[in-house]
Design a protein around this ligand. Sequence first.
Ligand code: GAL
Length: 341
Amino acid sequence: MKKKLISLVLAMAMSLTAFAACNKEDTNSDGAYGDKKVGVCIYQFSDNFMTLFRTELENYLIEQGFSKKNITIVDGANDQATQSAQIDNFIAQGVDVLIINPVNSSSASTITDKVVAAGIPLVYINREPDAAEEARWAENDWDVCYVGCDARQSGTMQGEIIADLGLDTIDMNGNGMVDYIMIEGDPENVDAQYRTEYSIAALEDAGLTVNCLDDQVGMWEQVKGQELVGNDLSQFGSDIEVVFCNNDAMALGALQAIQTAGRTVGSDIYLVGVDALTEVVQYVIDGTITGTVFNDHFSQSHSAADAAINYITDTPNEHYIGCDYVKVTTENAQEILDLVS
Ligand code: GAL
C-alpha cells in the first residue's frame, strides 16, 4: 500500500515537472503583456542585418513580458504587395501594435493611413519614411513613430575612416586623388542615398580630391557586391584605391572579389562597410577589412519594443527616436566584437 502511494506521489511529481517543462516553451504567457499581440513586418528575412534586428527584437519583447506565441514576425520577401497583404492580415486579426520595416519607404503614407484608421499604434523601424510623412504624425497627433539611426552619420564615419589614412597612404597611383568605387544598397532607401553621399562628402571635407570610377547598385546583397566589385576590378584594376560599400554584406562580397583578383586590403586597396557584422569586425581586427560602422541593432530593437510598450500602456512617444552609429577601426574592433558576438 505504502509502495503504491509512493509511486503515485512520484508519478504526480513527474507529470508536474513535465507540465512545467511544457510551460517553459511559453514562459511569458503570464508576463506583463502576455495577452498582447504584436505584429512585426520585416522587408526581407534574408537580409543579414535585419536578421540580427528581428532576433533581438523578439528576445527583448519576450524579456519585457510578451508571450512568444503572440509575437508574429513575417517576411515581406522584398515585395511591397506581399507586405501590404500581411499588414491587412494583422489589422484583421486585431493586433495591439504593429512594428513595420517597410519594403518601400515611399509606401509609408498608405500604410500609416490604414493602420491609423484601424486604431492600431505603429512603430516604423530601419527604413525611414520621408519628412512630409513624419510631419503628418505630429500634426494629427497619431500614435506613429520611427525608430532608427541617421544614415548621414554612418556615411560620414565611413569617409572619415578612409580620410584618416591620409592621402599619401591612399593615393597609390599618385594622381593626387582618391580613386574609388561605390557599391550601393537599395537606392529607394535613405540609408543607401545618405551613405553614398556623406561618405564622399567627408573625404572632401577632409580636403581630399575624389574620383569616382564607378557607382553600382548591389541591393544590400553579398553576392551582388562580389559580382560588381569583381567586374570593376577587371575593368579598372590597380586604379581602384578604395571600395565603399553601403553595408557589410556587400563588403564581404567585395572582399571575396578583391582576394580573387589577388589584391590585399590594407596594402594595395582599402575597403569599408556599415553594420559591424561579427565576421566583418573580426576581419577589421585581422586587417582584412579597413573598417566598418556599428549599426546598433540592440539599441534600435529595444527602443522599438519600448515604444510599442508605451503605446500599449497609453504613454505617448516622440515621433522620431534616434540612435548613434559607432565607427569601428582596429582601435576599438575588439570592444565592438565583444559586444556583438
Ligand atoms: C541598413 C543596413 C543594411 C540593410 C538595410 C535594410 O540599415 O545597414 O545592411 O539591412 O538597412 O533596409
